[in-house]
Design a protein around this ligand. Structure first.
Ligand code: BGC
Length: 759
């Protein structure tokens, strides 16, 4: 067996045209690649093909109806195409060696892992990274993650998550780029480029996965996995754009969502995976099921047995069975006398082999991983410095009354309150598999290091989720004696992410008590609330009563250092909210790009849209974020006030740093189609640019908008640009803008025909 396998690898390598490369997602396969893959495929038995379509979970990862870990025997007999949850150069080498040297065909295995916001060096959680409004930063963070992960044997990550989320009760909002499709699209493409780079065969590149296709963020009531009811127009205009952007950037794989959309679970949806994903979006890469996503078709009630679930998923176009083992177990019996199913299995296997080919695994099954390389590139001074810079850009200053911040370097004693301050694990955020809490800098550590001469006195006072208020008195007393107070409030990171939905976005009682009593005790002193959270929180009392508020999310390995850079003024805050903050949970969903109503809110008219017990506005609007300096925006200039449908329009705005210190500003451009055949969003993000401005300096920021930016889905679900008026808004956040109008003239321009009918 050994010699046959070795021969097979040799044959593969010999016929190989040199290191292949390039993203696989939307690129047609080259002729050589097709010949290679087809000839290999023709030698596989049905069982071996299903082996290629089977991902095997590492020991300890099994839940529910999963198979045992990829054992040597299974790999040797060709039952395993990929493995999830094993990393480390030596560990992956040992298994890969069995695959390439001892299995009949010597086909290498893909090693997969959720490398979401860093591998060992942990970067800000994706929602925080989105707050940087800096796609180049997101790309370079993903590149570092890929460099570390591949050195440790990983060739496939299940990131980026590109789900638009407009309901902060949904815990997975932390994994994405927030509520706006444009920011979501730009970040999706940047992260894909970072993970995959120009050539997948590069040893520091790995396959990326755009997930969860599609509409997962609309799960009802913010309850994870719950059903989603989404109109066709909203599906195409809100939830699909980031997937389209990821595909255009060449993403190699896509993962369907758990949540049924309008009654149809994506793992069984021919419409979603074939008509939309492959047909309209042109995706040619791999579709990998989510964890137990195929078996869940039984619980959804669309399949009676696991065999039926497997057939439905295969027919819909799910290529790889992540954890269930149902493809291998039940498809052989159905496929033998069913040529249609058989050819779908062939197509899926071809896509798996193609991904392996693109990664160059037939030339180097180890993809350049080695313990030596891992030691060289993993968690180095340079990656830590990158994590710190990323963390600084992700922090959002929400309030700064009477210039409370930055804190003076002369402060002799600082009281730090709130259990999250000492919680290095939370600082890393959810989805950190390889990163270690002991390697992360907590808020407390960061503040202590920032100024060793300052006396830092810490008392938890209250834990984020516990109801106990007994320790508040001590925390209160200590705060009275200090020169300044930093109060760290929010939620533990393990209360965010998957299956961590919340019914209340308000701070729990003990934390609010702590905030109120400490604030009272330290009145008149600089008091700063630092939020650590993975979703917008409703904090009306804090917003009213505490002079300074800093949103720090979960910033990763360098959380505490980056926060100290902000609090003591080494860096001026520049992050902006990628998601709207509500005043109360009852306002949810509340988001920028809602469509107008026939009765937009008017405080003088009771019969207009709003609440009778709360203002209709958010606590903090989309794009909001203060700086230690101030910026003045000039008028918005357009290249023309009339364009034809299909033409582009230029927009420019001068921005001046009117304060005393150099700083970054994220210049934001919003769009409204004033009159169209369907109601359009009151404003939507259309462009942004992070600029660095020296004190007193002015920069003119220019943007170009084209037909795609002005388009929408009309009554026939065609993507069109209609003639009529448009308004553009430029400013420092979505609510403080200057505007200019232009008109599109001529006939309606159809960019895409009607979308395939939703099923
Ligand atoms: C999540 C996916 C993740 C997968 C593998 C699932 O529970 O929904 O996002 O990639 O697990 O860990």
């Amino acid at each position: 067996m050994l010699s046959l396998a070795a021969l097979s690898v040799a044959a593969c390598s010999a016929s190989h045209p040199g290191p292949p490369g390039g993203p696989v997602g939307s690129a047609p396969a080259g002729a050589r690649e097709t010949r290679f893959v087809d000839s290999l495929l023709s030698t596989l038995t049905l069982e071996e093909e299903l082996g290629q379509l089977t991902m095997s979970p590492a020991e300890g990862l099994q839940t529910g109806p999963t198979r045992p870990a990829g054992s040597a025997a299974q790999i040797r007999s060709g039952q395993v195409g990929s493995i999830i949850g094993i990393w480390g150069a030596d560990r992956t080498h040992a298994l890969q060696r069995i695959a390439v040297e001892e299995s009949r065909h010597g086909i290498p295995i893909l090693f997969s892992l959720d490398v979401i916001h860093g591998f060992r060096t942990v970067f800000p959680v994706p929602l925080a990274e989105a707050a940087s409004f800096d796609p180049a930063l997101a790309q370079s963070n993903a590149r570092i993650a890929a460099t570390e992960a591949t050195a440790n044997g990983i060739t496939w990550t299940f990131a980026p998550m590109v789900d638009i989320a407009r309901d902060p009760r949904w815990g997975r909002i932390v994994e994405g780029s927030g509520e706006e499709p444009y920011l979501g699209s730009v970040m999706a493409a940047a992260r894909v480029r970072g993970f995959q780079d120009a050539r997948l065969s590069d040893s520091a590149s790995m396959l990326a996965t755009a997930k969860h296709f599609a509409g997962y963020g609309a799960s009802e009531g913010g309850r994870d996995y719950a059903t989603a009811e989404i109109s066709e127009r909203t599906f195409w205009s809100t939830y699909l754009p980031p997937f389209r952007a990821a595909i255009d950037a060449g993403v190699g794989s896509v993962m369907p969502s758990f949540s049924a959309v309008n009654g149809s679970p994506p793992h069984a949806s021919v419409w979603m995976l074939r008509d939309v994903l492959r047909g309209r979006l042109g995706f040619e890469g791999l579709v990998v099921s989510d964890w137990t996503g195929i078996m869940e078709l039984v619980k959804h009630g669309v399949a009676a047995t696991s065999g039926e679930a497997a057939q439905l998923a295969m027919r819909a176009g799910v290529d790889v069975d992540m954890s269930d083992g149902v493809y291998s177990d039940s498809l052989p019996a159905h496929a033998r006398d069913n040529p249609e199913l058989r050819s779908e299995i062939d197509a899926a296997t071809r896509r798996v082999l193609r991904a392996k080919y693109e990664l160059g695994l037939f030339s180097d099954p180890y993809h350049g991983a080695s313990e030596a390389r891992a030691a060289r590139v993993t968690l180095t001074a340079a990656t830590r410095a990158a994590a710190r810079a990323a963390a600084r850009e992700s922090i959002v200053l929400l309030k700064n009354e009477r210039a409370t911040l930055p804190l003076s370097r002369d402060i002799k004693s600082l009281a730090v309150r709130g259990a999250l301050a000492a919680d290095a694990k939370s600082a890393m955020g959810s989805w950190t598999i390889v990163g270690q809490a002991r390697e992360a800098v907590s808020v407390l550590d960061g503040l202590r290091r920032a100024n060793p001469a300052m006396r830092v006195r810490y008392a938890a006072g209250a834990a984020p989720e516990a109801a106990d208020t007994n320790e508040i008195s001590e925390a209160e007393a200590l705060a009275r004696d200090a020169d300044a107070v930093v109060l760290v409030l929010g939620e533990s990171s393990d209360r965010t992410g998957e299956a961590e939905s919340r019914a209340f976005l308000e701070l729990p009682f003990a934390q609010l008590q702590l905030a109120q009593r400490v604030t009272r005790a330290a009145r008149g002193k600089p008091i700063v609330v630092v939020l650590m959270n993975g979703r917008p929180l409703a904090i009306p009392w804090i917003a009213d009563s505490v002079p300074a508020i800093v949103e720090s999310w979960y910033l990763g390995s360098e959380h505490g250092n980056a926060l100290a850079d902000i609090l003591f003024g080494a860096y001026s805050p520049s992050g902006k909210l990628p998601v709207t903050f509500p005043r109360a949970t009852g306002q949810v969903p509340i988001y920028l790009a809602h469509t107008n109503t026939g009765r937009p809110h008017n405080p003088e008219d009771g019969y207009t849209s709003g609440y009778n017990d709360l203002p209709e506005t958010p606590l903090f609007p989309y794009g909001f974020g203060l700086s230690y300096t101030t910026f003045r925006y000039g008028d918005v200039h357009l290249s023309s006030d009339r364009i034809r449908a299909g033409d582009s329009i230029g927009v420019s705005v001068a921005v001046t740093n009117t304060g005393a210190r150099d700083a970054d500003e994220v210049v934001q451009l919003y769009l409204r189609d004033d009159v169209a055949s369907v109601a359009r969003p009151v404003r939507q993000l259309a462009r942004f640019q992070r600029v660095h401005l020296r004190a007193g300096a002015t920069d003119t920021v220019s943007f170009m908008l084209g037909a795609r930016d002005l388009s929408f889905y009309d009554l026939q679900m065609r993507r069109v640009v209609e003639p009529g008026g448009f308004t553009l808004f430029a400013g420092t956040n979505s609510a403080e803008t200057k505007e200019a109008r232009f008109v599109v003239v001529g006939d309606t321009l159809v960019l895409e025909p009607s979308t395939p009918r939703m099923q």
